[in-house]
Design a protein around this ligand. Structure first.
Ligand SMILES: Nc1ncnc2c1ncn2[C@@H]1O[C@H](COP(=O)(O)OP(=O)(O)OP(=O)(O)O)[C@@H](O)[C@H]1O
Length: 369
């Protein structure tokens, strides 16, 4: 049998990649081939810290290399290897931003739109909307990440169905990419059983660290699940993400609408633009097609009128959305035909087109100057 060549090995490994990194392991220089040894040996180096990812890489590499009869070794990267990987992953602009302790999205040249999802009070479905909106944006082909900053209850990783922790690569925190979306939750760093009281300064510095030290890669959208109401997080976000757009989630109940209004007005005071209202739990549609407005009606319209912004979406109550959240099977990913999933996908498309319209108007202004 002819001896295997390095090219054959690299070709076989092809696109094999760590799910949290953008480039294949071969391109990142993490594969060594020793064909001089009696049995040719392939060493795949990996970022330690997630057994799940390591197992996945091992079985995928084994499967790809099996026909070649080579010996496969998996080796965790050491400190030095991790630092040089970090240098390879990070773009120059991202490194400069990090060294200046600034979020890469804060710069006026950043192509990333930051969508702050806020609500007046808890329980209106803000996290469900954030998670499914991020998945819908990703399904529409946009590179999307989600930052779970709801310090009163971190639900994003659970809702996405995977609670794999981030890994540290040199100076960078590499977030898990779940269902195609990078996720960072303050909840990754606290024990579920011990409630943490996030005081302003601690929250501020943790948020800054997340925005600055996290490897976000190239992003079109960063969806931020904000805590209900306004307060420290909104203040910090204004400082770190001055270009954030705010979307307010409310239920149709007049009381919820009034609370949401207060928080939106507070967001305005922070000079973060409120771009639209999302009415969640608008109604329940029975099998015979009858609409039941379980939580009343009119809340979304009233809030939108008060804030002079449009209602960008109305999401019905569905079992699919509720069960999807509980089971870590988000409805947009798992049951895209569910009426709530369809409404959220429509909402995503509207938010995308809002950005396109703004860019168009900005271009016109430049051209007519
Ligand atoms: N459109 C909907 N249809 C059915 N269930 C929904 C809908 N929206 C939200 N829910 C359910 O309502 C509950 C609260 O939703 P969620 O956790 O998203 O709200 P929240 O506003 O983020 O609340 P908190 O801030 O307290 O976390 C969840 O059980 C969720 O599954």
């Amino acid at each position: 049998m002819a001896r295997v060549t390095t090219e054959e090995v690299l070709e076989r490994l092809g696109e094999l990649a760590d799910p949290d990194l953008d480039q294949p392991l071969v391109d990142l220089g993490l594969v060594d081939v020793d064909i001089i040894a009696r049995t040719p040996r392939v060493t795949v180096r990996y970022v330690p810290g997630s057994e799940q990812v390591t197992d996945q890489l091992r079985s995928s590499a084994r499967q790809r290399l099996e026909p070649l009869g080579v010996q496969l070794m998996l080796e965790p990267l050491d400190e030095e290897g991790l630092s040089s990987l970090a240098a390879r992953l990070e773009s120059t602009s991202a490194r400069e931003a990090r060294e200046a302790r600034k979020a890469p999205f804060a710069s006026p040249e950043s192509p990333t739109r930051v969508l702050g999802i806020s609500s007046g009070k808890g329980g209106v479905g803000k996290s469900s909307v954030s998670v499914n909106l991020a998945l819908a944006l990703s399904a529409l082909g946009h590179r999307t990440a989600i930052l779970d900053a709801d310090v009163y209850g971190f639900s994003v990783p659970k809702m996405l169905g995977e609670e794999r922790p981030p890994r540290v690569v040199g100076q960078l925190i590499v977030p898990p990419r779940i269902r195609g979306v990078r996720v960072i939750s303050l909840g990754f760093f606290v024990d579920d059983a011990t409630p943490v009281i996030w005081r302003g300064p601690m929250l501020h510095s943790t948020l800054q660290q997340f925005l600055v030290d996290v490897y976000w890669g190239e992003l079109d959208y960063l969806v931020v699940d904000m805590p209900p109401g306004t307060g420290d997080v909104a203040l910090s976000l204004q400082e770190f993400l001055p270009r954030a757009e705010i979307y307010v989630v409310t239920t149709p109940q007049p009381a919820a609408q009034r609370v949401a209004q207060r928080s939106a007005i507070a967001a305005r005071k922070l000079k973060l633009p409120v771009r639209g209202v999302v009415e969640n739990m608008t109604d329940f549609v029975a099998d015979d097609g009858t609409h039941y407005p379980i939580f009343g009606s009119g809340g979304g319209d009233a809030l939108a009128a008060a804030l002079e912004v449009p209602v960008l979406g109305r999401i019905p109550l569905t079992m699919g959305l509720r069960a999807g959240g509980d089971e870590g099977m988000p409805v947009v990913a798992v049951r895209p035909d569910d009426p709530a999933a369809a409404a959220i996908t429509e909402l995503a498309a509207r938010i995308v087109s809002l950005g396109a319209a703004r860019r168009y108007r900005a271009d016109l202004r430049v051209q007519t100057r």
